[in-house]
Design a protein around this ligand. Structure first.
Ligand SMILES: C[C@](O)(CO)[C@H](O)COP(=O)(O)OP(=O)(O)OC[C@H]1O[C@@H](n2ccc(N)nc2=O)[C@H](O)[C@@H]1O
Ligand SMILES: Nc1ncnc2c1ncn2[C@@H]1O[C@H](COP(=O)(O)OP(=O)(O)OP(=O)(O)O)[C@@H](O)[C@H]1O
Length: 314
């Protein structure tokens, strides 16, 4: 019997997400918010390559590389440590992140790298962790990490970590406008609470009704209908992101004027997302956004695409 040789390196591709619906409930006793979170994975993504090393080491390349921590706080490093501990081994791995997802942009870039590191280390170390266990480890790392493993389109309940895959009937075309500088996710949730308190509605679970997925949005996804999906897009964090970064209103307007079917802030922002009719229309909207001067850069992409997937093994 031949014993398979362990790989010398494993590369994993992982998608960014946009939340086509982000219903935010009241603040729970643990500080988190219950969500009706419809995640959508887009082709814009990062690549994480794992190779054996004497000690855990992170390197990063790409346009935002200088904003990514290289120490133990990096979500990819935390993922490697968590998986190693589960299997009683040392996290002796070099993880290189080829970063395309905007940092602190509301597209779950760090979460994506955490999910990719779980999959890459599992393949490199031959630990054959069941997918259900990877999902549990992912939820320990952060609310958005399980979805980066799953990909496609899914409803996230709880703080976003309890996932139910949803059907999607076709490819949707998106444009993303990347802002200068990021927004902190906890700060945006705090601002959402503050705005609710200021409006007199209250911000805890007793005051805010449980958010529910919008049936019209789920039908539009299943039917692959971009016009119906555009009409149903919604993000309860958008007022908070706009309150912290009022200039985002100009970006959203520029995309709408440029012909987008629907516009919204992606997750906690500040990246803005534009749903378009087709690939040609996406190029037109991208050109209008670039010409408007209301954002740092513009990315054209599509989805849904699969979650963290091994794309290379040497
Ligand atoms: C805004 C979203 O990106 C939408 O998908 C997510 O809800 C955020 O997910 P994430 O970045 O993985 O967030 P975590 O790392 O789990 O939590 C960071 C912080 O965001 C806030 N947070 C996050 C998720 C949630 N359901 N309620 C919250 O209030 C909490 O202050 C928490 O301490
Ligand atoms: N691998 C990573 N890539 C990017 N940022 C990371 C990573 N690991 C840790 N971080 C830290 O996380 C912070 C948030 O970055 P991230 O790109 O995940 O934000 P985000 O996309 O807004 O998150 P989300 O959409 O999940 O709320 C960064 O400012 C950075 O300090």
């Amino acid at each position: 019997m031949t014993v398979p040789t362990p790989p010398q390196s494993v590369t994993v591709r992982v998608p960014a997400k946009v939340n086509v619906q982000l219903g935010v409930g009241g603040r729970r006793a643990d500080g988190f918010h219950d969500l009706a979170n419809v995640f959508f994975a887009v082709a814009l993504g990062d690549e994480v390559t794992a190779t054996p090393a004497d000690t855990l080491r992170i390197t990063v390349s790409g346009p935002d590389a200088d904003q990514v921590p290289l120490d133990g706080s990096n979500l990819a490093a935390r993922a490697a440590r968590l998986l190693a501990r589960r299997h009683g081994r040392r996290p002796d791995v070099h993880l290189h992140i080829a970063k395309e997802i905007p940092v602190a942009g509301g597209m779950a870039g760090g979460s994506a790298d955490g999910a990719a590191a779980l999959v890459a280390c599992d393949a490199l170390w031959g630990t054959a962790t069941p997918f259900g266990t990877l999902l549990e480890l992912a939820a320990e790392l952060g609310s958005d990490v399980p979805f980066a493993l799953l990909g496609g389109v899914a409803l996230g309940r709880g703080r976003g970590e309890i996932l139910e895959p949803l059907p999607a009937g076709g490819t949707f075309h998106w444009v993303f406008a990347v802002a200068d500088g990021g927004l902190s996710t906890p700060a945006v949730f705090r601002e959402c609470d503050r705005l609710r308190d200021e409006a007199g509605t209250g911000s805890d679970t007793a005051a805010v009704p449980d958010p529910q997925p919008d049936p019209a949005l789920l039908d539009a996804l299943a039917a692959g209908d971009p016009v119906a999906l555009a009409a149903a897009l919604g993000n309860d964090l958008q007022p908070a992101a706009l309150s912290l970064r009022p200039a985002l209103a100009d970006t959203l307007r520029a995309g709408a004027d440029g012909g987008a079917l629907g516009t919204l802030v992606s997750g906690s922002g500040p990246t803005c997302a534009f749903l378009t009719k087709d690939a040609e229309s996406a190029a037109t909207v991208a050109a209008a956004l670039t010409a408007s001067g209301t954002c740092r850069s513009v990315r054209v992409t599509h989805g849904p695409v699969p979650g963290a997937t091994v794309t290379g093994r040497r």
